[in-house]
Design a binder for this molecule. Sequence first.
Ligand SMILES: Cc1cc2nc3c(=O)[nH]c(=O)nc-3n(C[C@H](O)[C@H](O)[C@H](O)COP(=O)(O)OP(=O)(O)OC[C@H]3O[C@@H](n4cnc5c(N)ncnc54)[C@H](O)[C@@H]3O)c2cc1C
Length: 326
Amino acid sequence: MDGHSDILADILIIGGGMAGLSAGTALAATGARIIVLDKGRGPGGRMAARRVEIAGQPVSFDHGAQYFTARDPAFQTAVAAWEEAGVAARWPAAGEDAWVGTPGMNACVKAMAGALDVRWSLRAERLQRDGAGWRVTAGEQVFTAATVLVAVPAEQAAVLLAEVAPDLAALPAGVTSAPCWAAMAAFDAPLTYKPDTFRSDSAAVSWAARNSAKPGRSGAETWVIHASPARSGELIDLPKDEAAKALLADFFAATGIAPAIPQHCDAHRWLYALPEALRGEGARFDPVLGIGIAGDYLHSPRVEGAWLSGRTLAEAVCQARVASTS
Ligand SMILES: Cc1cc2nc3c(=O)[nH]c(=O)nc-3n(C[C@H](O)[C@H](O)[C@H](O)COP(=O)(O)OP(=O)(O)OC[C@H]3O[C@@H](n4cnc5c(N)ncnc54)[C@H](O)[C@@H]3O)c2cc1C
């Protein structure tokens, strides 16, 4: 006996990023008891926002996804609701149909999480079959559920599922994600580079944005700089302060502006940033085992792809529940 009693759910979702929360939001309408586990300290996943204090002022950087587009009508409806709720706004600097979370990129995920039972800082470590359902161990806690949905990056899903659902695990096991180093820099005066965004298919920097120019942000001049997949691979094992310096130098070289000394400079390494997505059915659910997968890697490597994948998985779960009761 471990002294802890199991926590019961009808549906346990592992991963509270855009895909997991999209599934959870759609399934909550069925009245099922849903619990979401996420290893992160707070909402965002790859749509995270990093908060720091610079010269006594709070500053937030969107160091993962920079903006998103909404082309599918169902996703457009979700985005319109976020806009209405004040957690998303258009950002024309990135394109006509570009949106960002406000006041930080994680705001939409945070709003979705707020309506669900999400347990942060809990990493699902082990899945076991338990009668007709599942036992999931996360740190000291054990959850039991009839249905488990795994909405984590492909490489991590493949590991979690390998022993208990090898057929399902084969999908994410076939996916490779490109890494991305992201630098976050603040300056005490505006940079001489005038546009709010920079993008390139050939430079060491694939994207950079004046984070402080996004809607709903205030405070110091801040930039987020993303290294290209090739450059991220070259720098992959560097300590983060050295990677930050290298990215900043790459940015000044790519834009041709005079280097400026940042007030603050940090970096984050996304190991599984952008998957080579399978672009197949969008999600997969095994109704016999009661386990399914969602994530951008099953649709398209974008915020919208993650949302659509989660929604597709929720529909498959609902169909299976209807079939089992009819
Ligand atoms: C640097 C970068 C730039 C990007 N730029 C853009 C962009 O401009 N536009 C765009 O549309 N998309 C962009 N993307 C892609 C976009 O962020 C993703 O497609 C989307 O957020 C993926 O959502 P997801 O839910 O599938 O995965 P994630 O957001 O990765 O969510 C998975 C969650 O699972 C949790 N987790 C993992 N393992 C476990 C475990 N064992 N137990 C519990 N929890 C676990 C993680 O903490 C995470 O919160 C970018 C991504 C990165 C990294």
